[in-house]
Ligand binder design. Sequence first.
Ligand code: SF4
Ligand code: SF4
Length: 368
Amino acid sequence: MPVNVYFSDMRAGTSENLFDKTGRLLHSCGLKERVVPGDLTAVKLHFGERGNHSFVRPVFIRRVVEEIKGCGGKPFLTDSSTLYPGSRKEAVSALTCAVENGFAFAVVGAPLIMCDGLRGHTAVEVPIEGELFRSVPIGAEIAEADALVVVSHFKCHELTGFGGALKNLGMGCASRSGKMQQHSTVAPEVAEEVCNGCGVCLASCVHGAIAVLEGKATIDPELCAGCGRCVSVCLNKAIKVQWNESAPLVMRKMAEFALGAVRGKEAKAVYLNFITQVSPACDCYGHADAPIVNDIGICAATDPVALDQACADLVNAAPGNRDTALKSGFEPGGDKFRGVSPDIDWEVQLEHAEKVGVGSRSYQLVRI
Ligand code: SF4
Ligand code: SF4
């Protein structure tokens, strides 16, 4: 039986604005049954890299927070540290960046809590029945929350074709080591020309995999457990993740991490995708390039697979914008994601998520 995906276009007027429609979308999904009084409710979003401006605006998050409070829930906003050394590489930097991007308590009405602790290592190993993993490390505050509202900016992504609810769950809720497991099969490498031999990384490695020899750090791949801690502590950015995992396998791993992120909360989760400012790359970049299609609307569902499938179909059904990163598929029905990243088979994430039981690709669009 197809899953209902509720859809609001961008139209608004004096009788109802887009915030009201956002509230209606959440309640169409049964928010009141999924969030009950006293529920500590994680609102998982992407705080946006410094310089980016295509993430979901804080004023919409405020409305999500108000609706959760209206159900008696206790919402908190949450995100995880990044694997790469950008402006969100640990909790202090990430929360500072979030406030700079507008996610201050005075705006959003809820506290900000990193789901994976100070340095991205606070995780719970969640058992799953995947094809690739039997357990996955998920940020502890996601795992421990009573309920989950996942708010995602639906856009293109250079590695997964598009990024929506599945990516927000699978990559966005994973701890640092979980992100490493998805992106890389080998130990990080040291850029010798940048390393000054300070030894900070050596002290950070609890697995004893790092040595400083002749003034340069070296990593023993046999001892490295792939936690990613050293990547974040090197102030010289000398330790690099080897992003060697193939795109299809990243997507399959991501789908299995999504399974772990929602484990135990399948009946306590609601998903909201904003198909607005559909940029050609993810919000982890310190810029946002011109949208490849015009703003389409907002979708909500209780199934992240159906939701992402519906959003992908809506984007592909739209006419593409000229003078953007889109290179083909301009006509309605043309593949916009391949029009930006021709070599990425974006359907892999949907296929595998459905296969391992995250949800169903079969949906019906219900316009509100
Ligand atoms: S922390 Fe960075 S600069 Fe210092 S020894 Fe390690 S790799 Fe080299
Ligand atoms: S990734 Fe973790 S285990 Fe591997 S060298 Fe770095 S700190 Fe050590």
